[in-house]
Design a protein around this ligand. Structure first.
Ligand code: HEM
Length: 173
């Protein structure tokens, strides 16, 4: 086996697309001054996408734990270690970021109405003391994600175009 399965590819690209959209909406919405209909709409979309990422991450983790990924192309041991460390960190972030955002919303006393259809569980009472801390945690985790994402993409590009080990073939259908 030299490629990821179709399910793994779908989960990878769908999660990537949703995370990029949630990130872009996040930085755009916090920059809008005052409370406008657009800002409220972006907040809702941001939360719906973030919750969807959390759901997909659960499915993805289950898939990963029950299916072997294809073996890595030949590379030095330090690169193998760095790659698995970075992949581990990315897995932690795809859970920790939506969870921190969800808890921040709860601490702010704003329930999440998923897709405008039904209310998701209120897991915490409003908490004005925790609110700024959770907001900071959500921000710091996102900046860690940005750095990890850049490293992840740079490593993939280096493999493809400098080492020429055709790594793209493994994750593209
Ligand atoms: C993939 C998941 C997510 C990503 C990538 C993400 C990303 C971001 C980013 C980049 C910001 C802007 C931070 C700043 O510049 O201050 C932000 C803000 C925010 N996020 Fe998320 N987020 C995610 C999930 C969630 C979820 C699930 C919720 C809630 C259900 C949420 C609630 C919020 C809120 C309320 C803010 C505004 C913070 C403020 O008041 O300034 N996020 N998010």
């Amino acid at each position: 086996m030299t490629k990821y399965t179709k399910t793994a590819m779908l989960l990878h690209w769908l999660t990537a697309l949703l995370i990029i959209s949630a990130f872009w909406l996040g930085v755009t919405m916090v920059d809008i001054h005052g409370i406008t209909p657009t800002k409220l709409k972006y907040f809702s979309w941001h939360k719906w996408i973030g919750v969807t990422v959390l759901g997909l991450s659960c499915i993805r983790l289950l898939w990963r734990l029950t299916h072997q990924p294809p073996p890595n192309p030949p590379m030095p041991a330090w690169q193998e270690k760095a790659a698995s460390g970075l992949h581990g960190l990315l897995y932690v972030l795809i859970f920790a970021i939506p969870v921190s955002g969800y808890l921040y919303s709860m601490a702010a006393g704003i329930p999440v109405i998923y897709l405008g259809l039904f209310e998701l569980p209120v897991v915490m009472d409003p908490n004005p003391e925790l609110k700024p801390l959770l907001k900071e945690i959500h921000y710091v985790l996102n900046m860690t994600l940005l750095a990890s994402f850049c490293l992840h993409v740079s490593a993939a590009l280096k493999h493809q175009f400098i080492d020429r080990d055709n790594i793209f073939k493994r994750i593209f259908p």
